[in-house]
Design a protein around this ligand. Structure first.
Ligand code: ADP
Ligand code: MG
Length: 236
């Protein structure tokens, strides 16, 4: 659809822009940061303004970092035949310390004998990490995050994330994944854009259902590995 094309264009534009200027932003940023730290040390004062400047610099730096991860040349993309169970288990293990901090309990439930995926393991982990982080941030008082994986017909695997967070107003669902769309004070609005791009690269889909005050459910459908279709191995 038109909306879809418009968004892909936007993503491509962000990628190009990012690779063009990210490094140019980072160097002067680092110089400013060190100058501020030096001034801080020289004046020997505990000054709130310095801390404010430093925290804003860190914010810019994290935006640039996320932009770079979108714009990164494809050389890091490596598709292989993988089981979703391994990917989800390591990701949840990785996120468990943060989950405890956020007082979130992660339930992971994976159907037995799911077919393999043909995927880039690290990129899919990136997707789940971004979505799990969003779930934590949506549940400031903690709660349950349920992650399931099951077959969706014979051609797809469906990974579902269900949180008990603040939910998303219906009129904002369409904006999810738009570059820089964020409702968070310290958000970058790039996490879901990265997720969408990666899922798109895997010929998959991502769908949001949400109820305000109740929580959000995200369905990710990924095509299963078909031996026949991989005779000419997709190249990244
Ligand atoms: P960021 O997390 O930096 O704001 P994202 O692209 O990850 O950027 O998310 C964009 C926006 O989508 C968030 O600011 C939030 O408003 C909304 N959102 C994403 N995931 C959830 C969720 N699980 N529950 C509620 N809102 C969400
Ligand atoms: Mg996010």
């Amino acid at each position: 659809t038109e909306e879809y094309l418009r968004r892909s264009d936007k993503i491509a534009a962000v990628g190009q822009m990012a690779s063009g200027i990210a490094h140019e932003i980072r160097n002067p940023l680092a110089a400013i940061k060190w100058t501020i730290k030096l001034m801080q040390a020289e004046t020997g004062q505990q000054c709130q303004s310095f801390d404010m400047i430093l925290s804003e610099i860190n914010r810019i730096d994290s935006i640039v970092t996320e932009l770079l991860s979108v714009a990164k040349p494809q050389k890091t993309v490596m598709f292989s035949i993988m089981n979703i169970q391994a990917i989800l288990e390591t990701t949840v293990l990785l996120m468990n310390i943060q989950a405890v901090k956020h007082r979130v309990h992660i339930n992971l439930s994976i159907s037995e004998d799911l077919p393999n995926l043909y995927c880039d393991e690290n990129q899919l982990k990136q997707v789940f990490i971004n979505l799990i982080k969003n779930a934590f941030e949506a549940m400031p008082n903690g709660g349950e995050l349920t992650i399931t994986a099951e077959a969706a017909g014979s051609d797809y695997i469906r990974v579902r994330l269900i949180d008990q967070g603040c939910g998303i107003p219906a009129e904002q669902i369409a904006k999810l994944g738009e570059p820089f769309y964020t409702t968070k004070e310290k958000g970058t609005g790039l996490g879901l854009m990265i997720c969408q791009k990666i899922i798109q690269d895997h010929q998959g889909t991502m769908q949001f259902k949400s109820e305000l005050g109740k929580g959000t459910t995200i369905d990710i459908d990924l095509p299963v590995y078909q031996e026949s279709s991989c005779l000419n191995t997709p190249t990244a």
